[in-house]
Ligand binder design. Sequence first.
Ligand SMILES: [Zn+2]
Length: 374
Amino acid sequence: MRRHYRRSGGGAAKQRGAAVAPSAAAMGGQARIEVFGTWDFKWPLGTKIRIAFQQLPSQPSPEEGGISAADFGSAKALVRDRMAVWMAAMKGIELDVEFVEPDLEPPLGEEHSLTDQHRSPFDPVSPRKQPYDVLISLQDLPVTRVDPFQASDRLRIEIPFPDSALGAYARHADYGAPTVYLGRFRGWRENNPRADLSFYLKSAVGVHMTMHELGHVLGLPHMHQHPHLSDARDTHFQKVPDIQAVLARILGEPPSRTLIEDNIIAAWPGNLAFSDWLPVTTREREEYEQKGVLDSIMTHPYYRHLLQKASQAIVPEDALDLPDQPGRRDIEMLHRMYNPDFAVTHDAPLVEPRAGGGSGPSQANPKSQATRRM
Ligand SMILES: [Zn+2]
């Protein structure tokens, strides 16, 4: 169903499916939000998202840091448990999830071309395919892969940290190419050399990372990239090299400038009134700008340490107050995206975009709108 919203001031109520909205009086005196347009990465309403796992590439022994078959089985169960947490929070949302078996075969490996080496094999002569929408890899990171839908200068992508295609963009991927990577990142493995994959997925970092990426699977963007939160980003965030230095200490290696711009700094392009972004209250923005706090698992608490106001030395241990549950904003966004009966309400003044940012046509480099999210 296509939904229409238009900001019309004051309170807001949802208008469903009609070309001409009834008057405010007919809506019980509430003003309405009615907007044309949608986000093409949203799953169609009512989708049951089929999620498959890809088997691991051949592994060294567990003593040498490899992942055993039993560990892999436990890890898959832990990921399913995390998705169950999302689903429990999604009552009334017209989206469902189903894990499908069997797993896809391991990736073809390095002896194949760069475009193919991360894919499970597929025989075009006798195409017996496992139907799925989302394919999860649990192999250790980083991995290098190719995204044929990117411009030539971005074709080859390094995935140093957990990462997911945004929502239905998972369907862009060729058969057998993972759309989600949830494996152990290098910094964690170096700090925990004898810990297995399940241990990682049960750790505070692993739970948070997995929940965050599964939020992207459902189609949630980063809440800190809200157009009305990010429009002061030049004065809000530290400079990119400083951000790289902080993240290198937390994550074990510095993300590239592109990853930082795509995932942290850049405001989402476009106009709030033509999207599913929820309005932000002045109180929420103030809290975010002062402390980097948002009630969302779709932002990393690490990012608090990237603000100019928080530039004093912060050690990784301090960063581990990691949420393990969807926040209020996440649930509201999912309702906004997938619940036709959802009415937007707010009890505090809303922010207006600052001059030069957050409204009007895209003010960000369109190339920075990557289809994958860290
Ligand atoms: Zn993310």
